[in-house]
Write a protein that binds this ligand. Sequence first.
Ligand code: PEP
Length: 235
Amino acid sequence: MIVCANFKANKTRQETQAYMAVVESFVSANDISDTIIVFPPYTALEHLSRNVLIGVQNAYPVRNGAYTGEIALEQLEEFDIKTILIGHSERRHIIGETQEQIAAKFRFFAEQGFVIVYCVGEPLAIREAGHDALMDYIDKQFDGIDLNYSDLIIAYEPVWAIGTGLTPSNSDIEQVHRELRSKTAAPLLYGGSVKTDNAGEIMALENVDGVLVGSAALSANDFCEMIVQASELNG
Ligand code: PEP
């Protein structure tokens, strides 16, 4: 299983250090073999971890240069960061990243050999238009994306489920994941209002290989509880 925490614009550097201390010692004390990834804010990046992968929530697809307000490959290399989140719905819908920009970012970081957690997911109006409309929408989010990339992880995150407390039914998650599985061998995560109450049940669904968690992962103890739920599903 793969269990990811996306902090978004939450937590200071100090809070992130305290969080990582809890999660790292939990992972080693409990011999966790699952892949654990934490995406802290840029200001908290450092050589934070030995047994938890640290990724960035975004970066500009260049080595360095005149891109005010961005960070790029050179800044990530300083901290040995080789994992990136691309295509998150907050970047698509709030920041306004286009599929073209997202695909360019994907190509650049794939060429650099990054682990890419690539997010797709539909807004509510598309979900309400039915399953075919939903899958057409997701297909367009794969424009320019190499679904055979070896270090690809896909996260299916319905936009209407992110931070709302709403989740699709288990059978709706399974239906989308079944179709995603027919397109790619990459691990498939579900994200959108996952919490300690539903993480185990969702991870047990067919073709669900883990979860990407926002708000509920801000508590290190709750995140550890979800890691336990993932590890209980092994073997
Ligand atoms: C996310 O931002 O990727 C996410 C899934 O958020 P939340 O868990 O808060 O819905």
